[in-house]
Design a protein around this ligand. Structure first.
Ligand code: FAD
Length: 465
């Protein structure tokens, strides 16, 4: 008698779930895939197709200067269905990987539906499945399942709303101006950007002028005091930010020996202190305007935003509290989580974590241990961040260069420029990823050499909402 084919369940056929199902099936594991659309629709999806792109049609900037470019190459190397489909349905978009959205999701839908090892169930899942599974129900997870997840992880570990402040790369902060201190000489955990009256006036004027993104009808923005956007605080009066998140009291600037007129504070986001978020600066400002306003803060004049502030509906877990780096729930071994629900942000990040969760769930079904990509790779950096970030006010994360280890700075140099170090980080990351995947016994396609991006295309591709 032959033993039955090992199997797993995948819930949600979005970017993460489709990739998870196909990754598991590629390893010879049978998959029961549950997708509630089109029977039950979300407020953002428009079709019954899998891997639907709900907003922009871009999977991010390409090439060796882009963090998303590295992740795309890693995913291509392990045969990602999302990358295969993106490459087949791409549209000209300068340095970005943009796709013809219907063709893109149709191709993935066909690949999933035609796979002999995948059985699609057009049903809403209302309980966490028994046995090995991947939960990839996304930012608009249906209510009953959200309730189940909240019950399992604890209410406070599941968020339904993303009110995020910009996160800034430490290396772009001007420490000749910014000082490290806590209020009233308490532990010096914060970075403080001091402002005099003229600087505050200029900042306030720019904030008043800055344009907010217009919420779509599926995103009714209801602010509660704790997560009021900075532009809304400013609307209440010129001094309101100065008595709120920009309060200078107790922050003695070592250069003047006095409290400044106003101060913006930054709080550490990752263990190494390479990413810092602006405290109380949750914002729905358009990305260009957001960057311009941040650049008016003394010490942040050249700040690189690695994750822009957003205000929108989002269901996600407090990843560092509840997830292992292999994307398994600490409290429920055998249940893997992927996509936005796992605390990532972005189409590409969702697909990549889907691939890893599907691979690990399938490996468990085959009696093999979990694998986690190396730290030098973008996927390894992202999954390690999910498991180890600061759990206080955790916000979903996009990939960025601060997720992978820094290159040593040669003696006699203060720092390395982006154009110098990113191509090196790209090659180190991709090599480490490919070697790791081969060692893990996965099918690997030799990465093709990439074309250098043109200068005008080097800016990170914003997530358009
Ligand atoms: C409105 C909005 C706009 C966004 N715009 C962008 C953008 O422009 N660019 C970008 O990179 N990222 C964007 N994101 C963030 C994110 O990248 C996408 O939401 C991405 O689709 C997430 O992938 P996912 O697989 O986690 O979730 P999804 O792609 O949403 O897939 C989840 C699937 O699970 C299904 N599902 C939910 N609950 C159940 C259930 N109980 N039973 C069965 N099926 C269920 C849903 O129908 C859906 O098909 C946006 C997010 C939102 C909410």
């Amino acid at each position: 008698m032959t033993s039955p084919t090992p199997s797993i369940t995948v819930v949600g056929a979005g970017l993460a779930g489709s990739e998870a199902a196909l990754a598991a099936a590629r390893l010879g594991v049978r998959v029961d895939l549950y997708e509630m659309r089109p029977k039950v629709m979300t407020l953002a999806h428009r079709s019954g197709n899998f891997a639907e792109l709900v907003c922009s049609n871009s999977l991010g900037g390409q090439g060796e200067l882009q963090a998303k470019g590295l992740l795309q190459s890693e995913m291509r190397a392990v045969g990602s269905a999302v990358l295969e489909s993106a490459d087949a349905s791409r549209l000209p978009a300068g340095g970005a990987l943009a796709v013809e959205r219907e063709a893109f999701s149709q191709r993935i839908t066909d690949a999933v539906r035609r796979h002999p090892l995948i059985t699609v169930h057009g049903e809403e899942v209302t309980e966490l499945p028994v046995g090995l599974c991947v939960i990839a129900t996304g930012p608009l997870t249906a209510e009953v399942l959200s309730g189940e997840l909240a019950r399992l992880t604890g209410d406070e570990q599941l968020a339904f709303y993303d009110a995020a402040a910009p996160v800034i790369a430490f290396e772009s902060i001007n420490m000749d101006i910014v000082f490290r201190a806590g209020r009233y000489e308490q532990s010096a955990d914060y970075l403080n950007c001091p402002m005099n009256k003229e600087e505050y006036d200029a900042f306030y004027a720019a904030l008043e002028q800055a344009r907010s993104h217009t919420p779509h009808d599926w995103e009714k923005l209801e602010f509660f005091e704790g997560c009021m956007p900075i532009e809304e605080i400013a609307r209440r009066g010129k001094d309101t930010p100065r008595f709120g998140p920009m309060k200078p009291r107790g922050l003695t600037d070592p250069r003047t020996g006095r409290w400044p007129y106003a101060a913006a504070q930054l709080r550490q986001e990752d263990q190494e202190g390479r990413m810092w978020s602006l405290v109380g600066f949750q914002t729905g400002l358009k990305w260009g305007d957001q960057l311009a306003v941040v650049h008016l803060i003394p010490g942040l004049e050249n700040a690189e935003i690695v994750r822009y502030g957003v205000m929108h509906r989002n269901t996600y877990l407090n990843a560092p509290k509840v997830l292992e780096a292999d994307l398994q729930l600490k409290l429920r071994p055998g249940t893997f989580v992927a996509g936005v629900l796992a605390g990532t942000e972005g189409y590409l990040e969702s697909a990549a974590t889907g691939w890893l969760a599907g691979t690990n769930a399938a490996r468990a079904a085959l009696g093999l241990g979990s694998i986690v990509p190396p730290q030098e790779s973008m996927l390894g950096g992202l999954t390690r961040y999910l498991a180890s970030a600061n759990p206080k006010n955790y916000q979903p994360m996009n990939v960025n260069w601060a997720l992978v280890p820094e290159l040593p700075v040669p003696e006699g140099r203060k720092k390395l420029g982006k154009r110098e170090k990113r191509p090196v980080l790209y090659r180190l990351g991709l090599n480490a990823f490919v070697t790791w995947a081969r060692d893990a016994g996965l099918d690997v396609t030799e990465p093709t050499p990439i074309e250098p991006p043109r200068a005008a295309e080097e800016t990170a591709e914003p997530v358009l909402r």
